[in-house]
Design a binder for this molecule. Structure first.
Ligand code: UDP
Length: 325
């Protein structure tokens, strides 16, 4: 089975490509390398291309005739999306529209979409189930909702089938440290904490200590990137065996507060880096935890790395390796 992975040279995409490669899939990565890297593509072939270049995209899909597409390529920084919303709608929505149009024109009928818990905004109830209303609170989340709606409508009017996977907080790295988060400007808690432990930042800011949680800091459901990759393989197998369009949350179903993550980073690294408690970051929901029972039940997903120390350890090994280079 030939799979085209857009954004396959990026952080999550490269782990998905690794998982596909280990399963023997024929892989074609389509990436503009704006944030991805050629070295991160451990399997298959890399085509440098932009989804905005519809003619080129068409020629690739026409020549390669993939059996399925995994669409990962997107912009992902929430506060950037607030400052530059149109860039997010163009990259995340218009480019996805190009891709879906080309897929429909060339009989590519299986599609996996990289969605996000940001589609829920600030949910009224946690753990969050897939039928929770979609009320995004920033352009990033809105752009992902727009793609989900487009996929729903495209599937309803043809024999095209998709799976949308809504990621919670993806973290960790390849245990062999071949790939990991390579963005210098990464803003995510675990990466920033580890880089602070390495001395690359003077301190870590904790954004808000007055949330309605047990220690006042936000709670998130951190999922190891290899467990998330397994969910993509299962989604692909589901569509290949005739499964119809579906949506699944991807998380473990329990969470950790920012302070608990900081304590675990200190424990794993053995470094007591400085932390400064500061004001809330706008738009952060107090608690985001996935109800992932649907993914477990319907796709048979069993996470292998539901262990915050393991997640942090793999990310730590990766950060140390990168800092030595
Ligand atoms: N956070 C923090 N300091 C940082 C980065 C993140 O306190 O330097 C907090 C953030 O406010 C949120 C949690 O950590 O409550 C997870 O944030 P992250 O950016 O990792 O992921 P998000 O949940 O926003 O997708």
């Amino acid at each position: 089975m030939k799979v085209l992975v857009t954004g396959g040279a990026g952080y999550i995409g490269s782990h998905i490509v690794k998982a596909l490669g280990e399963k023997g899939y024929d892989i074609l990565v389509y990436d503009n390398l704006s944030y991805g890297h050629e070295w991160a593509v451990l399997h298959g072939r890399l085509i440098k291309g932009d989804l905005a270049d519809k003619e080129f995209l068409k020629s690739v899909i026409q020549d390669e005739k993939p059996d399925a597409v995994i669409h990962m390529a997107a912009l992902i920084v929430v506060d950037e999306s607030v400052r530059e919303p149109l860039r997010y709608y163009r990259n995340n929505f218009v480019n996805a529209l190009n891709l879906v149009e080309v897929c429909l024109e060339h009989e590519v009928k299986r599609f996996i979409f990289s969605s996000t818990a940001a589609v829920y905004g600030i949910p009224q109830k946690v753990p969050v189930t897939e039928d929770t209303p979609l009320l995004p609170i920033n352009p990033y989340g809105s752009s992902k909702v727009m793609v989900e709606h487009m996929l729903r409508d495209a599937a309803a009017s043809s024999d095209f089938n998709y799976v949308s996977l809504r990621y919670f907080n993806v973290a960790g790295a390849d245990p062999l440290s071949r790939i990991g988060q390579a963005r210098e400007d990464a803003t995510h808690l675990i990466t920033v904490s580890l880089r602070t432990a390495l001395g690359r930042k003077s301190h870590l800011d904790i954004f808000g200590t007055d949330y309605p949680t047990h220690d006042g800091t936000c709670i998130r459901d951190y999922i190891h990137v290899d467990d998330l990759s397994d969910a993509h393989i299962l989604a692909l197998e589901y569509l290949a065996s005739g499964g119809s369009s579906n949506i699944f949350n991807c998380g473990y179903g329990h969470g950790y507060s920012v302070k608990e993550v900081v304590d675990t980073v200190r424990k794993v690294t053995g470094i007591n880096f400085q932390v400064i408690e500061t004001a809330r970051r706008p738009g952060d929901p107090p608690t985001l935890i996935a109800d992932s029972s649907k993914l477990r039940k319907e796709l048979g997903w069993t996470p292998r790395h539901d262990d915050l120390e393991y997640i942090i350890k793999t990310a730590w090994d990766w950060e140390k390796k990168v800092s030595r280079q």
